[in-house]
Design a binder for this molecule. Sequence first.
Ligand code: TYM
Length: 335
Amino acid sequence: MSDTSTAKPVLYSGIQPSGSIQLGNYIGALRNFTKLEKDYRCLFGIADLHALTVRQEPAALRKQTQQLAALYIACGLDPDANIIYCQSHVPAHAELAWVLNCYSYMGELSRMTQYKDKSARHSDNINAGLFTYPVLMAADILLYQTSVVPVGADQKQHLEITRDIAQRFNGLYGDVFEVPEPYIPKETARIMSLTDPTRKMSKSDSEESYIALLDAPDVIRRKLRRAVTDSEGEIRVDPDNKPGVTNLITILSGMTGQTAEEACASLAGKGYGELKDAVADAVIEVLTPIQQRYQQLIADKDYLAQVLNTNAERAAALARRTLRKVYKKVGLYQG
Ligand code: TYM
């Protein structure tokens, strides 16, 4: 099927190559990509321009970009059927972001919780990119006339502002952009840190707080054994009073496909040690084949480069059509 076929709606999502991809990224996002892939024309971006909003070590950023490309494919996403590409390889992202900046307000951007969190954590580097981060994300999505955006709950606000910007622009210039819908399954939308289950699991926290998709089985077991729980000893879902245990149950059901109730029932009468072992077994079972495919892919740098190059061209061809329309609408002389 050609990339411009209109038979299927468009799905867009992205992940930043800013550290080790962790289990929250997998359960909250990647896993859903593979579930939805068949029903949509999909683009999966490696959001390397977004990663620059926090200081990155250049060599590490390049390496993490290759790793993320390999992980997308290792998780089961076909790079021929889908467009897996690097955001910085398609200049239209930065170009549309500039235009959309002129249709986004300081007030709405300053209300973004991620901006507030990140500027508190990186108080020595509150750069303008951090502030306009959601506008670049809106450009990513709107460039491709996207219908659905599968993300974790932490990106919900960014999806809302994307919709606001699209509607504002359409209100001024006619139907230029498709207004996208978020896809955020409630049960697995927020995987929490293993060391502080009141915070979300994040690749920018300490290594013990998350499980990286590339962690070895013994590391996964160790991190889960040390996961914070409570002193009650009862396995049940109760996010307010038992965030650690609830998180382990969520991870278990995310890995096995069981509901939280089924996961609890399978552990009736058992203790937290057994819960942690069950979670570790399930995580290792899912990650082992992904890690094996990843090792083959990462060994073939030429293949990865070729995938990213050809897919950037496919993405650029689609993006150009929207960008040209936008430029025309706002009055930029097209010759
Ligand atoms: P990023 O790289 O922080 O995370 C990638 C995806 O993983 C989800 N996620 C989680 N889900 C559940 N529990 C968690 N603990 C958890 N941690 C992360 C995120 O919600 C996200 O879906 N701004 C985006 C990247 C991006 C993007 C886009 C996404 C750039 N352009 C366009 C969608 C559409 C980000 O920083 O994700």
